[in-house]
Design a protein. Structure first.
Length: 588
């Protein structure tokens, strides 16, 4: 008993310190009652004097530790059960005690392994948790479903979703039956890994296996779909949960609101937000932030600002995320002055701006060409020891470009590279646009070539080509622009759903194209596709889809419908006044 007591105290010596250890020894006693003669198990517990001082007072709360099985050997019974609840974050102490018990020749049970693995997982020590899970098998302690669930959740902490799936597969192939906790843990792991399809498949498999999903499973799957941009699936899951008479929690409302916002469904997000009080759920700061973001990203800056004010009226203190979302919302609506007022109010409230808040404020100024304000914010950001990221550089470069300050933009572009930050497509596009706006098309072409050389212009990236073609509009060389369209942009467009043939109708979809790119695409379509069709048949119905030129925020200042009308159909109408052009179907 004395040896056991000394080993346990030695395990605690590192976190508690030697002076406390010496003072603690006399406060601990190991007591037992020998009942072997009665054929019963001998129970031993560690007990602590209530006067135990200092850090060790937390240790005395773990009073149920050991169960010794007579002459057949030793076994430990759920010794960490109390530790898991009362030593949150004290994983070093728990692991040291675990090792001390092993050194005292007491054999751990599956329960003690599970409790320790769970504690390590909760303390973000997922690698140590997995090491212990492997050690458990080497010690010939057979894992149960709870063991696998704890290990899967640990893998989720490390975003190791593939290993989580493998462990679940092992459980499914064994004699063990995965329970709802196992599925929830694996779904959560896939969610953190950005694998919404895997998360949804697991959710459906759980139901096929006659396991009813609980609120945790719904929450994780809805979040996974929302993070993956699958807002329709997230809303469908929300409806199914309500049909199953499972009451939504605030976290599920938050996840569904976020999913709706990411899908551009701000009305749905607002409807869910307003439905929370009816479910007796008080909207938290997270719900307000998600709804503000949904409205702001859709250009509904007035609603976003009103929600921000409602949050304050409800005595909910906005955090940096709420301020950033509202600043971004006002910036999207070209209300850069309001964005600056909010940014200053955040600082006055003793809330330190982070890089996202700074980016939002810079973008708000840049959207309207207020390059001086944007540059001032960028400099203040560095002075506040906030390291600018690629988004901060992009926003400031874009601001200078819209203000005609292409040389300042170029300086920032070079400074970004000097800071070991690789420019992305948005950065290249902003820089090309800055040069194109002032007629520096040679520089724009050089940057375009650099982007390709750096392998930044990948298949499917139409935005960069939009910018360079718009930049070349100011130069006299239409041949050069046509070359870029034919040999760079057109091969990309052919891999998309731009060209369709439905029920004998020829359709071209110009969504995502700028005015200049759309002009080239339409000329090519009419001259190469439509003309050939008309040679073979006398009548042909064509549909040109423009989305009124307003469906993409990046091109919100263009009007593709007007471009199509002015460049193509108005000349036809002048020469053939009796020709009827049904705009409702021809150009929508």
């Amino acid at each position: 008993m004395v040896a056991l007591k000394r080993k346990i105290l030695k395990a605690w010596s590192a976190p508690c310190g030697t002076p406390v250890l010496n003072a603690t020894f006399r406060h601990i006693s190991v007591r037992g009652r020998d009942t072997r003669s009665m054929g019963k198990k001998r129970k031993e517990t560690i007990q602590f004097d209530k006067s135990l001082p200092g850090e060790s007072s937390k240790v005395r709360q773990s009073v149920e530790l050991f169960e010794v099985k007579g002459a057949e050997g030793t076994d430990v019974r759920s010794y960490v059960a109390a530790i898991s609840g009362r030593w949150h974050g004290k994983w070093q102490e728990a692991l040291s005690l675990f090792e001390a018990v092993s050194q005292a020749r007491l054999s751990h049970t599956v329960s003690s392994y599970n409790a320790t693995i769970s504690m390590l997982k909760d303390s973000s020590q997922w690698q140590k948790a997995l090491n212990l899970f492997e050690a458990m098998q080497k010690a010939e302690v057979i894992p149960d479903v709870a063991s696998y669930s704890a290990a899967i959740r640990a893998l989720g902490k490390g975003s190791e979703w593939q290993h989580s799936l493998n462990l679940l597969a092992v459980v499914q192939k064994s004699k063990l039956s995965p329970d709802v906790i196992s599925y929830n843990a694996t779904i959560s792991s896939c969610k953190k890994g950005g694998e919404w399809q895997q998360a949804l498949n697991l959710f459906e498999t759980m139901q096929i296996s006659q396991i009813s999903p609980d609120v945790i499973g719904y929450s994780a799957t809805i979040s996974a779909c929302g993070n993956g941009g699958e807002w329709q699936r997230a809303l469908s899951l929300f409806a199914r949960m309500q049909d199953s008479q499972i009451r939504p929690t605030d976290s599920i409302y938050n996840a569904t609101i976020s999913a709706s916002g990411q899908g551009g469904e701000w009305q749905q997000a607002l409807s869910l937000f307003e439905a929370m009080p009816a479910s007796e759920i008080r909207p938290s700061v997270i719900a307000h932030n998600a709804t503000i973001s949904a409205c702001g990203n859709a250009g509904e800056w007035q609603r976003a600002l009103r929600l921000f004010e409602v949050m304050q009226n409800r005595q909910i203190r906005p955090d940096v995320i709420g301020y950033s979302a509202t600043i971004n919302a006002c910036g999207t609506g070209s209300e850069w002055q309001r964005s600056l007022i909010l940014f200053q109010a955040m600082q006055a409230s003793q809330i330190s701006p982070d890089v996202i808040a700074c980016n939002a404020a810079i973008s708000a100024c840049g959207n309207v060409g207020e390059w001086q304000q944007a540059l001032s914010l960028f400099d203040a950001m560095k002075a506040s020891q906030i390291t600018p990221n690629v988004f901060a550089y992009n926003a400031t470069i874009s601001a200078c470009g819209k203000g005609g300050e292409w040389q300042r933009a170029l300086s920032l572009f070079e400074a970004m590279q000097d800071s070991q930050i690789s420019p992305n497509i948005i950065g290249y596009s902003a820089m090309i646009s800055a040069c194109g706006n002032v007629g520096e098309w040679q520089q724009a072409l050089s940057l375009f070539a650099d982007a390709h050389h750096e392998r930044e212009a990948k298949n499917g990236d139409i935005g960069l080509h939009n910018v360079v073609l718009d930049s070349l509009r100011v130069c006299a060389s239409k041949t050069l622009a046509g070359h870029i369209f034919m040999y760079h942009l057109l091969p990309i467009l052919k891999t998309t759903k731009m060209l369709k043939d439905e029920d004998g109708k020829r359709i071209i979809d110009l969504h995502g194209l700028s005015e200049e790119s759309a002009t080239f695409a339409l000329k090519w379509w009419l001259s190469s596709i439509i003309v050939e069709d008309l040679i073979r048949q006398k009548k042909l119905r064509c549909i040109i889809v423009t989305g009124w030129g307003k469906s993409r925020r990046i091109w919100k200042q263009s009007d593709l419908r007007a471009v199509v009308w002015v460049n193509f159909f108005r000349p036809v109408w002048r020469h053939f006044p009796y020709c009827r052009i049904p705009l409702g179907s021809l150009c929508r």
